[in-house]
Design a protein around this ligand. Structure first.
Ligand SMILES: [Zn+2]
Ligand SMILES: [Zn+2]
Length: 228
C-alpha cells in the first residue's frame, strides 16, 4: 500500500518533460544531460569534487580534521542546474524529479561497489522540515539505493534536538549547530553503514551522523546526490 502511494507521488505528469528545458520525451533530455556534472576528480576520502587532483588527493577538510566516516561519494557537482534540481525537489516539492537518479543507476551502483555496506541509514529531517515539506528526501534516495544494491534501509538515526537550517550558516556555525544532534540506535551494531543525504557542503551533518552511528557500528560510509 505504502509502496503504491509512494510510486504515485514519484509518478511524473505524463508525458515526461525535461526538468531543465521542458522538452517532451524524458525527465532529462540529451542536450541538458551534460549540465548534470559528475566530477572527474574527487577527494579520495569524502568524495567531494576537486578541480584537478592526483588519485590520492585529500581536500583541506579531510587533511586537517579527523572524520568519523571511512569514505564517501558526492555524486554530482552541487552547482548550477544540479543545485536548481535539488532545490526543486526540496523546496518546490517536485519529489518525482528524484527519478533523475534512475538515469545514473549503473554509475551509482559502480560508485558504491567499493563500500562494503550492510545497511542504509538516511539522515533524518527536523520536525519542522517534516511538517513543512511532508517528506524526507534522504529517505526517498535511501529507498531507491536499497532496491539497487539490495541492502535494507534502517531508520536507526534520530535527531536529539532541534537544529536550525544549515543553509545560511558559516562553516563554524554549521559544526556548532549539528554538534551532538544525532543519536543512533543499536540496530546498527556491528554493521557497515551507508549514510544517505541529499547534499554535502561542509560535511558537518554527515560527520556528526557518522560519529553517532560509529558508537555501535563497524565502518561508516556515505552517499550524497551532490557535493561542493
Ligand atoms: Zn532538456
Ligand atoms: Zn575530503
Amino acid at each position: 500500500m505504502i509502496k503504491t502511494v509512494l510510486n504515485k507521488i514519484l509518478e511524473p505528469i505524463f508525458p515526461e518533460r525535461c526538468v531543465v528545458c521542458g522538452k517532451n520525451g524524458s525527465l532529462l533530455c540529451n542536450q541538458c544531460q551534460p549540465l548534470f556534472i559528475i566530477p572527474e576528480t574527487r577527494c579520495t576520502k569524502c568524495g567531494r569534487p576537486l578541480p584537478s587532483a592526483p588519485s590520492s588527493y585529500l581536500c583541506q577538510s579531510c587533511l586537517t580534521e579527523k572524520k568519523s566516516f571511512v569514505q564517501g561519494i558526492c555524486f554530482f557537482q552541487y552547482f548550477g542546474t544540479v543545485k536548481e534540481w535539488i532545490h526543486n525537489i526540496k523546496y518546490k516539492k517536485n519529489v518525482y524529479q528524484i527519478k533523475i537518479l534512475d538515469l545514473y543507476k549503473s554509475k551509482i551502483i559502480d560508485a558504491l561497489a567499493k563500500f562494503e555496506c550492510d545497511t542504509i541509514v538516511p539522515i533524518p529531517i527536523t520536525a519542522e522540515h517534516a511538517y513543512k515539506r511532508g517528506f524526507n528526501q534522504s529517505l526517498l534516495i535511501a529507498q531507491k539505493i536499497s532496491q539497487w544494491i539490495e541492502k535494507p534501509v534502517s531508520t536507526a538515526l534520530m535527531k536529539t534536538h532541534f537544529t536550525v537550517s544549515q543553509t545560511s550558516l558559516s562553516s563554524k556555525e554549521r559544526k556548532k549547530n549539528v554538534k551532538n544532534s544525532f543519536l543512533a540506535g543499536r540496530k546498527v551494531s556491528g554493521k557497515n553503514v551507508l549514510i544517505i543525504d541529499d547534499v554535502f557542503t561542509t560535511g558537518s551533518t554527515i560527520n556528526e551522523a557518522a560519529k553517532a552511528i560509529k558508537k555501535y557500528s563497524n565502518s561508516v560510509y556515505f552517499f550524497t546526490m551532490a557535493g561542493v
